[in-house]
Write a protein of this length. Structure first.
Length: 170
């Protein structure tokens, strides 16, 4: 049909330009059929090119700082999931499982979270308590109990002293 490779390429380029809907439909069909393979390839490429990926993201945020704020505002669950995974190594599925196991209640006081976010007016989600030395996640706590443990710097002896103080001064 074509005498040279260049002729075939020109024809294909022209056809794609004149049939964008067919091209888009074909691409969607391929992507849908090969989603896992595509994601694996993307992740592999991103691992190999981590510095490029980071530089591109940094440039995007620097050029448009509002984009970051807007994205975070529109994707709060993704932000929370990312933070949980990077800070505590807990996936969304693991977090949901912990909530179910604890009946969506604090592991210490057994109450649901009551602290409300100042801007959104929504009740905050339970905090992931973790060992500050090992980073290992423990259980879910309400803000009050989590802050309390933090104020005592996870020092069991200091907590015992506080309990003794309260018992002696009731």
């Amino acid at each position: 049909m074509f005498k040279t490779r260049e002729e075939a390429n020109r024809y294909a380029t022209e056809w794609r330009k004149n049939n964008p809907e067919k091209v888009k439909a074909s691409q969607k069909k391929y992507y849908d059929a090969n989603k896992e393979k595509r994601l694996a390839n993307t992740r592999q490429w991103e691992k190999k090119n981590l510095e490029r990926v980071k530089a591109k993201a940094k440039k995007r945020w620097a050029e448009n700082p509002e984009y970051s704020r807007e994205w975070k505002k529109n994707n709060p669950e993704k932000c929370k999931a990312h933070d949980r995974k990077t800070k505590y190594g807990v996936t969304s599925e693991q977090y949901e499982k912990m909530k179910v196991e604890q009946d969506n209640r604090c592991a210490i006081c057994k109450n649901p979270e009551t602290v409300v976010h100042k801007r959104t007016g929504l009740v905050l989600s339970l905090s992931i308590d973790h060992d500050h030395k090992t980073g290992k996640a423990r259980k879910l706590l309400c803000r009050r109990c989590n802050s309390g443990i933090g104020m005592f710097e996870e020092d069991i002896n200091l907590l015992r002293t506080a309990i003794q103080y309260l018992e002696e001064n009731q």
